[in-house]
Design a protein around this ligand. Structure first.
Ligand code: HEM
Length: 207
């Protein structure tokens, strides 16, 4: 092997991103499953969520889980957002998002032809998915606050169409989040070499 071909460790996911990513994944798991139990106590639509995949056992138990994980999600999310903007992480990794490139990558992914050889950059479909996920989570937290304190935060609640409107927005943002996370985890399973990078933060590649 010549000097130019020596393998080197390249850092691709900073520590803050890795820690907030896994705390976020745990918080979302608790928020979604306890939220489904709360939904079942007063469903918005004709269907109910199977109790076997909900958390909390009953309405009061689910509310306790939901309010506990809410702080984890919100504080952790604020750390991630502050780091993302201040350090330039979002500008470097999630920007720009060009609709043509996103559509081309989505079509390639559906045909099973989306290459993810260079793990130091996110492809256009990933950037769009992560940015949508971040916006969906912000919407979830804001609509959740409006449902929690509709009197104190009546300006926010009014912006979301009142209490019932905020409930609908909360449900739609939850559904969008769950759909993107399911696809996200499926993509990680299809490209398993990405998984350890979200733990160690590094990849080994030829210089
Ligand atoms: C449950 C909620 C989850 C959310 C909201 C989420 C969100 C995200 C976001 C926003 C990123 C980009 C991070 C950045 O660079 O700023 C990311 C990357 C990543 N996530 Fe998740 N994630 C979740 C769950 C998971 C799970 C369960 C796994 C593993 C099975 C996983 C594996 C990964 C990996 C491997 C990457 C890096 C992908 C790459 O380098 O190409 N995520 N995730």
């Amino acid at each position: 092997m010549t000097a130019g071909q020596e393998a080197q460790w390249v850092r691709i996911h900073p520590l803050v991103v890795r820690v907030t990513h896994w705390v976020n994944a745990l918080a979302i798991l608790i928020m979604a499953t306890s939220g489904w139990r709360i939904y079942d106590a007063s469903p918005l639509f004709v269907f109910k969520i199977p109790p076997a995949i909900t958390l909390g056992g009953w309405l009061a138990g689910a509310l306790l889980w939901h309010f506990a994980a809410m702080w984890l999600l919100a504080v952790n999310g604020l750390v991630y957002l502050a780091y993302g903007f201040v350090s330039g992480h979002f500008r470097r990794k999630l920007w720009p998002i060009r609709p043509r490139a996103v559509i081309a990558d989505l079509l390639a992914a559906l045909r099973g032809r989306l290459a993810h050889d260079d793990l130091t950059v996110y492809n256009a479909a990933q950037r769009a998915a992560y940015a949508t996920l971040i916006l969906a989570l912000i919407t979830l937290v804001l609509s959740g606050l409006a449902i929690w304190k509709p009197v104190q935060l009546q300006g926010l609640a009014a912006l979301l169409g009142g209490y019932e409107g905020a409930r609908l927005v909360h449900f739609v943002a939850m559904a969008l989040t769950v759909c993107i996370v399911v696809v996200h985890v499926a993509m990680v399973a299809l490209v398993p070499k990405t998984f350890p990078t979200m733990i160690t933060g590094r990849i080994r590649r030829r210089a």
